[in-house]
Design a protein around this ligand. Structure first.
Ligand code: GAR
Length: 202
């Protein structure tokens, strides 16, 4: 049974979708070992406690990144985490963090990367006038929203969509995509080749 460590900063709907998929048997072979937030008041922490999962706040405010990250790395190691899941974790990871979990940190981003990295990707995409939108699950490397893509979901933007409606439809896809991507990574059936995530030959 692989152990997931979830990092989040806010609402935690991606975390909740993953937790529900595990409970309902749609994502197998793993369990959530710990949920950690850099914000003590994150709604995602409340949702984790409601599910009787281990939930920790490790506040970032007023601390150096390396020091804060070291504490999170220690907590993840203490809980013997195999795969780190960034689920709306709105903080850049230090190189030390990335190196502590090589090819073992996933992130979800609400755009079809490399388009619209950074904050408010859904609004960036809408304002740009894209006709196809989506989300990306990728490995985390030392650059922002940059690592190897594990899985993307794409769909057409409707004529009547406003920014809010588009964001909602992207989120719906995120909730499906993240569990699928975790399943793919844990399956052991894929490997990273350059920038590609490819299925091993049978
Ligand atoms: C999600 O839309 C996720 O893709 C985005 O934050 C939201 C978190 O929602 N992440 C990023 O923009 C990372 N660059 P949630 O807390 O409800 O899962």
């Amino acid at each position: 049974m692989k152990r997931l460590g979830v990092l989040l900063s806010g609402r935690g709907s991606n975390f909740a979708a993953i937790a529900d998929n595990i409970v309902q048997g749609r994502l197998t072979g793993c369990q959530i070992a710990v949920v950690i937030s850099n914000k003590a008041d994150a709604a995602g922490l409340v949702a984790a406690r409601e599910r009787e999962l281990k939930a920790l706040a490790i506040e970032a405010r007023g601390r150096k990144r390396a020091e804060h990250d070291a504490e999170i790395i220690a907590a993840l190691k203490e809980h013997q985490v195999d795969l780190v899941i960034l689920a709306g974790y709105m903080r850049l990871l230090s190189p030390e963090f990335v190196q502590a979990f090589p090819e073992r940190i996933l992130n979800i981003h609400p755009s079809l990367l490399p388009a619209f990295p950074g904050l408010d990707a859904q609004e960036q995409a809408f304002n740009y006038g894209v006709q196809v939108a989506g989300c990306t699950v990728h490995f985390v490397d030392e650059e922002l929203d940059h690592g190897v893509i594990v899985l993307q979901k794409a769909f057409p933007v409707h004529e009547g969509d406003d920014s809010q409606a588009l964001a909602e439809r992207i989120l719906e896809q995120e909730h499906i995509a993240y569990s699928e991507a975790i399943g793919r990574v844990l399956s052991g059936e894929y490997r990273v080749v350059g920038r590609r995530y490819v299925r091993n030959a049978k």
